[in-house]
Structures are given as structure tokens and as C-alpha cells.
Design a protein around this ligand. Structure first.
Ligand code: ADP
Length: 166
């Protein structure tokens, strides 16, 4: 069975991500959720915080592990003998970015395949960025992110003007 890697920022993990990972367990027996640590892209949560939130959110899912990597996903895959990159696709707006990245990876590592999984319709509007925007403005996060993430996001944003108690 091929090994799959689901790379992303997961800043933080949302219900959309969880759904993709759960669906992958029906296809692959060895899945790594790979938290990208990037010095270029600024994140709200540290890579370790994001990893811990993913682990808490997934619970004991068979065949799934979470790892952190700084660098190219294809290099991580070569080191870990993984063959398939999985990415999620929400709206058409995701498509161009995903296609460019898949094409770049194909050029750099022809032996690796990228697989795109469509977001479930009820989750297609959920993004980590949207979740942070809602939290920053005091909105409810139920149904958008797993329960362990709600507490973490609320405590991260408790001092924004909309959330500060007078
Ligand atoms: P990145 O910064 O690498 O795009 P994200 O954490 O935003 O990292 O997303 C990781 C992957 O999960 C991407 O392929 C993205 O399209 C996908 N994804 C994000 N949100 C959802 C969702 N609600 N449903 C399905 N896939 C999603």
C-alpha cells in the first residue's frame, strides 16, 4: 500500500481538514499529516502548537501520524518513502494554486503523484483564515473547528478589541 502525505499549514486545523483525513483512512493505511514550518509564511500558531492541536482533534485514528517539516514536501517524502501527496480542493479558486504546485512537484519528483480530494459540500467554505477572522471578531466557532481548537483559538484571540472585556 502506498504511503500518503497530507501537507499544509493547518493554522489551525478545521473541520474541513479533519474530514479529508478521515476519508483518507478508507483509502490509505499509512497517512502523515505534515505541518509546514515556514520562515517565509507567518502563522498564528507555532508548528508544534499546530501539531498538538491536530493530534488532539483526530484522537486515535488508525494509521495516521502528524509530523512537522521545514522544506520541500517532496524531500520529506523521499526521506520517508512516501509516494502520494494529498491536497483538498474547495472552490475553483483553489484549483490554480493546487495545479501549479502539483506541476512543480511533478517536475521535481516525477515518481510522486498528487491526489486532490474534493471538500465535502458542508465544509467547502471553511478555511483557517476564515476561522481566525471569525475568532478575532468574537464570532462562534462551533461547527467550524474541532472542540480542542475552539479553546486554543479563543485564548489566542481573547485580547483583540472585539473580544476584550470592558
Ligand atoms: P496551505 O497553506 O498549504 O494551503 P491549509 O492548511 O490552508 O494549507 O490547507 C491544507 C490543504 O487542505 C489544502 O490543500 C487546502 O486546499 C485543503 N483544505 C483547506 N480547507 C479545507 C476544507 N474546508 N475542506 C477540504 N480541504 C480543505
Amino acid at each position: 500500500m502506498k504511503k500518503a502525505v497530507y501537507p499544509g499549514s493547518f493554522d489551525p486545523i478545521t473541520q474541513g481538514h479533519v474530514d479529508i483525513i478521515e476519508r483518507l483512512t478508507h483509502i490509505f493505511s499509512d497517512i502523515t499529516v505534515l505541518v509546514a514550518q515556514s520562515s517565509q509564511k507567518s502563522a498564528e500558531f507555532t508548528a508544534l502548537e499546530r501539531k498538538i492541536l491536530i493530534e488532539k482533534s483526530l484522537g486515535p485514528l488508525k494509521g495516521v501520524r502528524v509530523d512537522i517539516y521545514e522544506g520541500l514536501t517532496i524531500d520529506y517524502m523521499a526521506k520517508n518513502q512516501a509516494q502520494v501527496i494529498v491536497r483538498g480542493l474547495r472552490a475553483v479558486s483553489d484549483f490554480e494554486y493546487e495545479m501549479t504546485m502539483a506541476s512543480m512537484n511533478k517536475k521535481l519528483a516525477p515518481e510522486i503523484e498528487t491526489m486532490l480530494v474534493f471538500a465535502r459540500p458542508e465544509y467547502y467554505y471553511i478555511s483557517s483564515r476564515g476561522v481566525k477572522e471569525v475568532a478575532r471578531n468574537g464570532g462562534a466557532l462551533e461547527g467550524l473547528v474541532p472542540a480542542p481548537v475552539i479553546d486554543a483559538v479563543l485564548s489566542k484571540f481573547k485580547n483583540t478589541p472585539k473580544n476584550r472585556k470592558a
